[in-house]
Design a protein around this ligand. Structure first.
Ligand code: SF4
Length: 315
């Protein structure tokens, strides 16, 4: 059973993406109110070799022999990937595999560190989160470790965009009544307009069960208004505009187990159709596995019809 590699994940933004998890569940510099995982248990902004880089790479080579070439190899998972001190080495070694381009999904909180920016240069695509330019809102939404400040985050992102040659997509997680006031949006708009090299912006919202139940979902109408108010000459898409189902099944070459499904759902809720394609399984097989997991009380169906884990599971 693989520990660090999950998927291929059918991703809204990335097509078919093979996930690489570099941290134990759940190691993060944030404890976001909208997080789809559990509460942060290792709340830190100190970089560390949380798992052996060579073990991760060995697993990845093994999985790449089993599955069809993914659209992306994505460093994300159950924590913040830039916290791993071997990030640069891992990205360089993945490049040598000459398989798929690499993407890093990051909360952006370590971008003030020159080493992190330098290592991220090796990725083909970087997806940083930016929900606000105000410290009090930053604290309310992300609940960062005490030494993390939005001003350092903003400055780090600015420097990164000035030197990075790959594609950057900013994710804004819209939390109604928290970061969708006119003042909040104006602050974000002014800051984003001053950045170079932003390919696109993605407006996300709590379409799936957030950590804190009081976090409201911004529906398509609210996200459209947010987009209009940002008023930026950059392509902006929203969470409701894409639901990706791979056109054909992956080359998954053994019967899927409920543990395979759990590992994927821990990191990424999926529809039944997506699971069929990812695990190259029939509707009947996936129904059987989903029913088992429902009976165990491990998974539940979300508002949008996708399946997700309930409760805390260690990945
Ligand atoms: S949403 Fe991402 S950045 Fe926020 S707590 Fe969860 S893993 Fe960390």
């Amino acid at each position: 059973m693989y520990t660090h590699i999950f998927g291929p994940v059918p991703s809204r933004r990335l097509g078919t993406s093979l996930g690489v998890d570099l941290t134990p569940t759940k190691t993060c510099s944030f404890d976001c109110i909208y997080c789809q995982l559990s509460r942060t248990t290792t709340h830190t902004n100190h970089r560390n070799e949380f798992c052996k880089a060579d073990d991760v790479l060995e697993e990845l080579r093994s999985v790449l022999r089993e599955v069809e070439q993914p659209d992306w190899i994505t460093l994300s998972g159950t924590g913040e990937p830039t916290l791993h001190s071997g990030l640069g080495y891992i990205l360089a070694e993945i490049k040598k595999m000459n398989n798929a381009p690499t993407c890093v999904i990051t909360n952006g909180s370590l971008l003030h560190l020159p080493d992190v920016r330098k290592e991220l240069m090796l990725a083909d695509r970087v997806l940083p989160t930016l929900c606000t330019v105000n410290q009090s809102t930053y604290e309310k939404i992300h609940r960062p470790v005490s030494s993390v400040e939005v001003s350092a985050n903003l400055e780090g992102l600015r420097i990164f965009t000035e030197t990075y040659s790959g594609a950057i997509e900013i994710e804004i997680f819209v939390c109604p009544e928290i970061n969708d006031t006119d003042q909040e949006i104006e602050g974000l708009s002014n800051y984003l307009a001053s950045l170079k090299n932003i390919e696109s912006i993605y407006l996300n919202s709590a379409v799936r069960m957030p950590l804190e139940k009081e976090v409201k979902t911004a529906d398509q109408g609210k996200l459209n208004k947010f987009r209009d108010k940002l008023n930026l000459p950059i392509p902006i898409t929203t969470a409701f505009e894409h639901s990706f189902v791979p056109a054909k099944a992956s080359a998954w070459n053994r019967p899927a187990l409920s543990s395979d499904i759990l590992k994927l759902l821990l990191r990424h809720p999926c529809s039944k159709e997506q699971l069929e394609r990812v695990f190259n399984a029939s509707s009947v097989q996936i129904d059987k596995l989903l029913n088992e997991l429902v009976k165990n009380g491990t998974i539940a169906q979300e508002k949008d019809g996708s399946w997700a884990l309930i409760g805390q599971v260690n990945g």
